[in-house]
Design a protein around this ligand. Structure first.
Ligand SMILES: [Zn+2]
Length: 187
């Protein structure tokens, strides 16, 4: 882990303290409470899903909202970064709990995502080009397991042909707003 990456992450963490989740995050959170959204699988590391009140968020690439010691694994709050206390009591470097370039994804996260994909009856892709592995394998697993697959992305994706519905060229927050009232009225 490179020490000069620290300035980058300290900036990111400080910036995020002022960022609020946009409407899409909040709608997903309301669905979670009323429509039994079982889980969210994300490559985002910013923690905005949790900030919007979503639970059971599976972070394939980890989260910038947690820190741990690169040597001994002790967890720390992000305050450490903001206060510029970068070293653990063991002398190890404190780093964000994200998957950095060249590192492997957490096998527990992958297993959790696969399990959720297999159990889902509706799998909605929100804003992914579906060209990066292994994230693009989960819609396939869901579809193979009998789920209805909906892809909402600005551009077409390689999985559009197997999807039950595809929505291109629209802002995710807007699409979710449009269908939210209708979905909730079905409850
Ligand atoms: Zn340590």
């Amino acid at each position: 882990f490179l020490c000069n990456a620290n300035d980058f992450y300290r900036m990111r963490i400080q910036t995020l303290q002022n960022v609020k989740p946009h409407i899409g995050y909040r709608i997903l959170s309301s669905w979670g409470q009323q429509l039994q959204v079982k889980s969210i699988i994300t490559q985002n590391t910013d923690g905005l899903h949790e900030q919007a009140g979503n639970i059971n968020v599976i972070h394939l690439h980890g989260t910038i909202q947690k820190l741990h010691c690169h040597s001994c694994g002790t967890m720390y709050s992000t305050d450490r970064y903001v206060e510029n206390h970068l070293y653990c009591t063991c002398g190890g470097f404190i780093r964000p709990s994200v998957v950095l370039f060249g590192e492997s994804l957490d096998p527990h996260m992958l297993a959790a995502a696969e399990k959720e994909a297999k159990q889902s009856d509706l799998f909605i892709v929100l804003g992914s080009s579906l060209v990066v592995s292994p994230a693009n394998s989960f819609p396939l697993i869901a579809k193979d397991s009998g789920a209805t697959l909906v892809i909402i992305n600005h551009d077409p994706t390689p999985l559009d042909s197997i999807a039950d519905a595809v929505i291109n060229n629209r802002k995710i927050g807007e699409v979710l707003s449009d269908i939210s009232d209708e979905l909730l009225s079905l409850q």
